[in-house]
Design a protein around this ligand. Sequence first.
Ligand SMILES: *Cc1c(COP(=O)(O)O)cnc(C)c1O
Length: 428
Amino acid sequence: MRYQSAQSAWMIRARAALPGGVSSPVRAFAGVGGTPRVIVRARGARVEDLDGNRLIDYIGGWGASIHGHAAPALVAAAQRAAKRGLTFGTAARDDVRLAEAIKERVPGVERVRFTNSGTEAVMTAIRIARAATGRDAIVKFDGGYHGHADGVLVRAGSGGATLGVPDSSGVPGDVAARTLVAPYNDAAALARTLATAPSPVAAVVIEPIAGNMGVVPPKAGYLAEVARITRAHGALLIFDEVMSGFRVARGGAQDRCGVTADLITLGKIIGGGLPIGAVAGPARWLDLLAPLGPVYQGGTFAGNPVVMATGLAALARLRPATYRSLERAGARLEAGLRDALATHAIPGCVQRVGSMLTLFFGIDRAESMEDVRRADAARFGRFFHAMLERGVHLPPSAYEAWFLSTAHTRSVIDRTIEAATESIATLR
Ligand SMILES: *Cc1c(COP(=O)(O)O)cnc(C)c1O
């Protein structure tokens, strides 16, 4: 019986040791109810829980595992690097090589500074922008998630949206006051926000393809307008590509959408599944960082040799053909989910960019967080559990992207569509 399962017992132990039994809030299933599956191993498109259930996985390490879980070439690279030393804390070679690999692929990048998380990358990008402009305020977008630093935990998506925490407690009011919020996909509103800002704006920070309020693609021409308006105000444009980088195209969202930012942040995929972040851009801005310039930033583990080697193996395996096959898999899943909604006359929509997608119930389209708030999260919760019973592990929130990997073969997708069609039938 489920309530006597090994993982239910484990979660009791977990809650006595970790707040909520987890190391990051969305994992606790607060957004969908019930008890999280405790994952013990993962390979390819599947994860295995403590009770021995093998589940098709769409969390994909929150997008990091684009080659599937435990991809043999990445594991081998990590093992080889580990034998040479787990950490050096010195000048080394693989951080240079990974920076070169990023420069080669991503438009506008001359320099890269590695961090241990996407959160730190965004903190550093904002600090550079403030130093470059001599201004303090920043603009972000409603539903945009940029990690958990104080200044960006204002109307943030992801866990904040799931848990209904628009603004975190513990963030000083004067820090939050320097963050202005505009609606996504509305260029005129951004122009108004910049024009009426109480103090000049250093940077506009945006997920070019929003993924942390669920997938919300930019409207045609929107990002070019954002770039134009931002620069007209003398602010720097920061594309937070921690999720979209190497996910939506070989050169990320800049490459896919044809708009180049002043600074970009990366993470997730570039570590091949190990902890990483990076801020990247032209030498003009990146060389403001210490030791060359006045902007301090550092890290004991930054550029860790095991992470760098694994990231190099991950990027080496992302070829133009990889994106074509991810696009085909994504399109197949999208079509199957749409058919399932139509067959059972359940209102909803599927929004997708390449290999990231979200199924929203109760709305026919979402262009902004305001639209997303109207989606039926309770119905998503029922769908989520129906899928889990059928062996499909979705992100435990109505406001997250599902991630495909190269291990999500046609048969894995078809099995998912079958489960979704049955699950949607139970929602009537
Ligand atoms: C995941 C994510 C972050 C935060 O990265 P962490 O490694 O979790 O700190 C920041 N921005 C975006 C767009 C993300 O998707």
